[in-house]
Design a protein around this ligand. Sequence first.
Ligand code: PLP
Length: 419
Amino acid sequence: MDRNRERLAQNDPDVFSALVGEEDRQRRGIELIPSENYTYPEVLAALGSVFTNKYSEGYPGRRYYGGQEFTDQIENLARERACALFRCEHANVQPLSGSPMNQAVYLAFLKPGDPILSMDLSHGGHLTHGAPVSHMGKIFNFVRYRTHPEEEGRIDFGEVRELALAARPKIVLAGYTSYPRDYDYAEFKKIADEIDAITMADVSHIGGLIAGGALRNPFDYGFDIVTTTTHKSLRGPRGGMVLCKKKFAKTIDQSVFPGLQGGPHMNTIAAIAIALGKAQAPEFSEYAMTCVSNARALARTLISQGASLVTGGTDNHMLVLDSVQSFGINGRVAEETLDQVAITTNKQIIPDDPNPPLRPSGIRIGTPAATTRGFREVEMERLGHWIVEALAAHQDAAALERIRREVEQLCSGFPVPGL
Ligand SMILES: *Cc1c(COP(=O)(O)O)cnc(C)c1O
């Protein structure tokens, strides 16, 4: 045990015991929430480093405090790696997480009441894409496109275009948090060009899959701005980045600081630099491809056992399972049942869901964390069988207990990085 950890154990046993409990939880079961991952030991080291002591308001070479020779190195490294990885001209790595990252973009280009086009929340869009309960949803006029059952749950670009021509949004936003398909960025770009709108993609979930070449990169289709969190498929610390064309660099930088935030979290930026460095290696590309092939294997298994998936399958790292149609139970019961067998997922609203968000009709299942842990198609197939078995037997305590032991047995052969 390292010295800092020993001090924590001795000096604050309450916090230490919760930490040990969480480590044990992460080790024992399997994480299938699509937005989660197990980060690198090197990232954990940087997060717990003395970079957290430093105030670095401003940007490299232009700071408001002294003593920046090493923080400048770190932030420049993170920015250069981000630009190389995503093939873009400028990167701001200071957003404290995904939500302020998107806020910084909206506030850079929109005035209160201005229209912006985004994906409907109940069809896969994110809370930060204008949920009525969010401050952004109250400040700006979010106009929403949807998916359509008659198009196999895909976006209808005819509808996107009609909405765009009618509302004349300043930003056309492509991005999702619960949509198991890749996007046709060229179609979004064509529509945005007709009305002279800025194109923004929020690839928070799939940043790692794009970096690894497993999914399309919006910059290859002429997009202006791409935002991504760094803690999901990118496998880094909790944080956000705004990537953009050079012509927007100044506006974006000013919007992040001093517009929205104060001092950047330099320990996080050091950890982002590390994660981006790792993502440049060929093994990361293999990781990204495996996230997708694992999701396909899981989808095949679930479908072969009679489960119903939104859009009928997946192109990315996630599946949306209609638990009402498949097993006659809502997403809350499905999530709780899987918790009992040490499989962590999350309840999820599905397109045109008749049920409310706290007991919606489905769950979301994703592969980034399991893939990090070393699970491949064989393990995904076993997980698929257990998921079906557990959901079908959700009232059978003995069956759930047996499945939990089997899941934990499998997990014990796959160590969590850093533990
Ligand atoms: C996760 C996510 C965010 C927000 O990230 P936080 O770090 O939770 O604030 C924003 N947009 C999308 C599409 C996401 O999936």
